[in-house]
Design a protein around this ligand. Structure first.
Ligand SMILES: Nc1nc2c(c(CN[C@H]3C=C[C@H](O)[C@@H]3O)cn2[C@@H]2O[C@H](COP(=O)(O)O)[C@@H](O)[C@H]2O)c(=O)[nH]1
Length: 367
């Protein structure tokens, strides 16, 4: 066959494709979060990454993760997380990550919102998990999407009871939490036979596809924002991603937790890990931003400062992950496990009263 004659087989394939008979295998989906994070990093002026500190942090993080044997199994080691591995656990984690936002308080520790459960006083993220477990113990079907839709049963007062505090401070954004449950109940009823397990089936083993399904079908998971005049929204998708990560970790990568592309999940842009990254010298703040954070000023949701904090944190953990993998090609480490480690570590630092800077203050349903 001379050079200018096309391969007959290729021609046949092309003809079939043009006739719509040949559907190329579904492109593996991307979430667009890492692309968004890199864009924010490249256009940030109030948040920067210190590469030397990122390299040093990578070595330290990897050493400590090895010493603590961080793995997906670490997730279930937390006494409040569900221990069974079945459909009810998927419903629990879905409920938890629908409401997994904004626990911070300006009150002193003794007066801040706290949940009393199993003879302990739980604050922050753990107050959410404790309140859900307590509700189930009390026979309230808080993880059942039929309950979320029942406006007679699932009222704001019932939610206030579920999340009742052992102090005078109420859980923040209770009305918004009820709205999240209502919306999720409706979407699950309309599209997923009322069962969050059907979301996993729709994702067909792809973590990225599951994140995209949550962002497409549930407004309360659509953590996307304008930044720096860019037409395409910046995708952060923190609670959609942490839902996938929690399922993956809880089921230790098997059954409901089996995702062939789990490493596409990024760090979860919350208000704790940026605090940790700054404390390690990896994230640097401009003087005005540094002053605002230390003064515990409100950073408006979707504002430039807040978007730079969230986007640069995602990119920072990605660079730390790449540095770890470059030095340890055999490492079973991804952005999820690095993130879980950083969150748990900043919580230990906070418990010891050794934070070097307060976490930033943005009140929102996104994180
Ligand atoms: N980036 C990131 N953000 C996380 C977590 C977790 C808990 N995950 C558990 C599961 C496995 C891990 O080992 C953890 O034990 C909660 N958060 C977020 O933090 C904020 C709560 O802060 P505070 O009020 O101080 O508790 C709030 O936005 C919440 O959504 C995480 O892991 N990563």
């Amino acid at each position: 066959m001379s050079d200018d004659e096309a391969d007959p087989e290729l021609l046949a394939l092309l003809r079939q494709h043009l006739q719509g008979k040949l559907t190329l295998a579904d492109e593996e989906p991307e979430t667009g979060v890492l692309e968004s994070a890199e864009y924010v990093y490249n256009n940030a002026i109030d948040v920067a990454l210190d590469m030397r500190s990122c390299k040093n942090a990578a070595a330290g993080i990897y050493a400590q993760m090895c010493a603590k044997e961080y793995s997906p199994a670490t997730w279930s080691a937390h006494e409040l997380h569900p221990q069974t591995k079945d459909d009810s656990t998927v419903a629990f984690i879905f409920t938890m990550d629908l409401l997994n936002f904004s626990f911070w308080s300006e009150k002193p520790d003794a007066e801040r919102f706290a949940v009393s459960y199993r003879d302990r006083r739980w604050t922050g993220y753990w107050s959410l998990v404790a309140a859900l477990q307590r509700a189930l113990d009390e026979g309230i079907p808080i993880t059942d999407s039929h309950f979320w839709q029942d406006e007679e049963e699932c009222t704001l007062d019932v939610l206030k009871h579920v999340f009742r505090s052992c102090t005078d401070e109420e859980m923040p954004l209770l009305k918004e939490r009820l709205a999240c449950l209502r919306e999720a109940g409706t979407v699950l009823y309309e599209k997923y036979k009322c069962n969050p397990v059907n979301l996993l089936s729709a994702a067909d083993g792809s973590a990225a596809r599951l994140v995209n399904i949550l962002a497409r079908d549930f407004g309360c998971f659509r953590d996307e924002h304008r930044f720096d005049g860019r037409r395409k929204p910046i995708r952060i998708l923190k609670r959609a991603q942490i839902f996938v990560a929690d399922i993956w970790a809880c089921f230790e990568g098997e059954s409901h937790g089996e995702f062939r592309d789990i490493d596409k999940i990024t760090m979860f842009a919350d208000y704790r890990v940026p605090q940790m990254l700054n404390g390690m010298g990896c994230l640097a703040f401009s003087p005005p931003l540094d002053v605002a954070i230390r003064a515990k000023k409100d950073l408006p949701c979707g504002g430039s400062w807040e978007m730079q904090l969230r986007g640069c944190s995602i990119w920072c953990v990605e660079l730390i992950r790449r540095e770890i993998v470059r030095n340890h090609p055999e490492a079973k480490v991804n952005a999820i496990l690095i993130d879980f480690f950083l969150y748990d570590t900043i919580k230990d630092i906070e418990a010891a009263g050794e934070e070097s800077i307060p976490h930033h203050r943005t009140r929102s349903i996104w994180y």
